[in-house]
Design a protein around this ligand. Structure first.
Ligand code: SF4
Length: 311
C-alpha cells in the first residue's frame, strides 16, 4: 500500500493483542477511533498516536500507524512537538482521566491555551484501572467503588468545564458503548481546526461498580441537533455559546448529555500563530528541514560531538 493511500479499518488492525478485561469500554473507543481514522480518507503514514500510562495507553499499540506509548502524563507535550514539527500530521492523543487530568493536567491546560491542532481523547472511567482501581480525578467525592476501603475524599474534576476554561475550541462528550455516535464525534474532532477534546464515558467493569454500563445506559442522552447549536459562526456569538456550553457541562445526574458542547474555528491555531512570526514555517516546518549543524549531519552523532569537543 502507498504511504498516503486511503486506509480501511482492516489496515489499522494489529495482529498481536495483550487485551483489556472483558466488557471494558476501551474496546468501543478503539473501534470508534479506527472507524473515524478510516473515514477521513487519509493514509497510515498521515497519523501519529500518542498515548499515556494506564489501560488506555495500550491503544497506540493496537492501531497500525505511527505511535508512542509515553511516560505518565506526557502524551500531550510529545504530541504537540510532533504536530509543530510536521503540521501535516494528523495527531491524536489517547489517555485516561488519571493520566491527562492528574499528573498531566498542566499539559492538558497548556494545549488548550495554545489551540494546537490536535485531538485529545479521554478514556474517562473514574479509576486508575491499571493499578487496581484507586480513585482518579473524575470520581465524585463520597463515591466508594469496590476497590476503595473508604469513600473518595477528593472532589471530582469536570473535564468539559476545564477544557472550555483552558481554551479548547472543540469540546465533546461521547459514550464508549455507542460506537456509531462516538465515531462521528471523533471524526468531527479530527477534522476540527484547533485543539479538540472528546471526553468519553468509559465503564471499567473490573474496578468501577458505580458508573457501570447499566448506570450510563439509563442516563445518557444525545443532545438534540435541532435545539442545540454549539458552533460559533461569528465572533459576536462567542461569549453566549461559551457560557451555554459551560452551563451544559455541569448537567450530570438523572440525565447526562453527550454530543458536541462547543466548537469555534475562529480562534487562530498555534501553528497559525507561529506562521505569523516565522515566515518559512508553512513551507519548511522542522520535519521538512535538512538535519544538519554547521554543515555536518546532526543525525551523525560522532561528527556532532567532534565539532563541539573542548580541547
Ligand atoms: Fe478496562 Fe478497567 Fe480492565 Fe482497565 S481494569 S482493562 S479500564 S476494565
Amino acid at each position: 500500500m502507498a504511504q498516503h493511500e486511503k486506509i480501511t479499518i482492516a489496515d489499522l488492525r494489529v495482529d498481536e493483542w495483550n487485551d483489556w478485561c472483558p466488557g471494558c469500554g476501551d474496546y468501543g473507543i478503539l473501534s470508534a477511533v479506527q472507524m473515524a481514522m478510516a473515514e477521513t480518507g487519509k493514509g497510515i503514514n498521515d497519523y501519529a498516536i500518542f498515548s499515556g500510562i494506564g489501560c488506555s495507553g495500550k491503544t497506540s499499540d493496537y492501531i497500525n500507524t505511527f505511535g508512542v506509548h509515553n511516560l505518565h502524563g506526557r502524551p500531550i507535550p510529545h504530541a504537540t512537538g510532533a504536530k509543530l514539527a510536521n503540521p501535516n500530521l494528523e495527531v491524536i492523543v489517547i489517555g485516561g482521566d488519571g493520566d491527562l487530568l492528574s499528573i498531566g493536567a498542566g499539559h492538558f491546560v497548556s494545549a488548550g491555551r495554545r489551540n494546537v491542532d490536535i485531538t485529545v481523547i479521554i478514556n474517562d472511567n473514574g479509576v486508575y484501572g491499571l493499578t487496581k482501581g484507586q480513585a482518579s480525578p473524575t470520581l465524585p467525592r463520597g463515591t466508594r467503588t469496590k476497590a476503595l476501603p473508604l469513600p473518595n475524599i477528593n472532589d471530582s474534576l469536570n473535564p468539559l468545564a476545564l477544557s472550555l476554561a483552558s481554551g479548547y475550541t472543540f469540546v465533546a462528550r461521547g459514550y464508549a458503548y455507542d460506537i456509531k455516535h462516538l465515531k462521528g464525534l471523533i471524526l468531527s474532532a479530527i477534522k476540527h481546526k484547533g485543539s479538540a477534546i472528546v471526553d468519553i464515558l468509559q465503564p471499567c467493569p473490573t474496578y468501577n461498580d458505580i458508573n457501570t454500563k447499566e448506570y450510563y445506559d439509563e442516563r445518557v442522552y444525545k443532545m438534540d441537533e435541532n435545539e442545540w447549536d454549539p458552533v460559533v459562526k461569528d465572533p459576536s456569538e462567542e461569549r453566549e455559546k461559551f457560557l451555554k456550553a459551560m452551563e451544559k457541562s455541569v448537567e450530570w445526574g438523572d440525565k447526562i448529555p453527550i454530543g458536541i458542547f462547543y466548537q469555534n474555528e475562529l480562534v487562530p491555531t498555534y501553528e497559525e500563530r507561529l506562521a505569523s512570526r516565522i515566515k518559512t514555517y508553512i513551507t519548511a516546518p522542522p520535519a521538512k528541514q535538512e538535519i544538519s549543524y554547521n554543515g555536518a549531519s546532526s543525525a551523525e552523532i560522532k561528527q556532532l560531538l567532534q565539532s563541539r569537543r573542548v580541547v
